[in-house]
Design a binder for this molecule. Structure first.
Ligand code: 3PG
Length: 209
């Protein structure tokens, strides 16, 4: 199983997807993978999220499939049973970390403040989701965080767009960003016959490269 840092390095963007329809989710995941993105985070915020995780794991088996917005040990076990290959929390959730440690499952815990990052580092986590990244001050804030935690690698998420992502990805402490912008409706700029998600994924896969 890949470790968390290896997962962060798979693609410059981890799409964060909130699912409302299992069929749409499978199609979207396939488009993202075919567009060049190797990871995805499905948020555990809707009733159909875990059903979608099971369906995506079967339909797009090479996609590295994460489950996010995981706050409790019970949710972590459910995500693992559904086929999650990594778990994400938008903030501190030590009981989720304990489940991941026991299961040897890659984990990306979340922090907003320097003290929260310090707490996670004390727990042994060196790869951290910074959320909401745009609110804490964007790339310049993360540059300051990285000076204090030189060994930590951050996945900033929250308020990041296709336009702002390159400024984050320039920083050596940021192997990837997270964002929900890939699951947005068509703009009309996509090549003919191509789904907007696939076109957005192709552009995202090239960001920072
Ligand atoms: C998350 O769960 O990481 C966020 O909802 C993603 O934030 P965004 O929608 O601003 O990209």
């Amino acid at each position: 199983m890949a470790d968390t840092l290896a997962i962060m390095k798979m693609s410059p963007v981890i799409p964060v997807v909130t699912i409302h329809s299992v069929d749409d989710a499978v199609a979207m995941a396939r488009d993202m993978y075919d567009g060049g993105l190797k990871t995805i985070e499905i948020t555990q915020r809707t009733q159909v999220a875990l059903e979608a995780v099971r369906a995506i794991a079967q339909a797009v088996p090479d996609l590295c499939l994460g489950v996010g917005t995981v706050w409790t040990a019970a949710q972590a076990h459910e995500a693992l049973d559904a086929g999650a290959q990594f778990i994400v929390s938008p903030g501190i959730a030590d009981e989720v970390g304990a489940v991941c440690r026991d299961a040897d499952l890659p984990y990306l815990p979340g922090a907003q403040t320097v003290s929260e990052v310090a707490h996670l580092v004390r727990q042994g986590w060196q790869q951290i989701k910074l959320f909401p990244a745009s609110v804490i001050g964007g790339p310049s804030a993360i540059k300051a965080y990285a000076a204090v935690f030189p060994d930590v690698r951050f996945c900033p998420t929250g308020g990041i767009t296709e336009q702002s992502a390159p400024d984050y990805l320039k920083l050596p402490s940021i192997p990837c960003v997270g964002g929900s912008w890939l699951a947005t409706p068509a703009t009309g700029d996509e090549p003919a016959g191509q789904s907007p998600t696939r076109a957005a994924a192709e552009r995202a896969a090239r960001l920072g490269r």
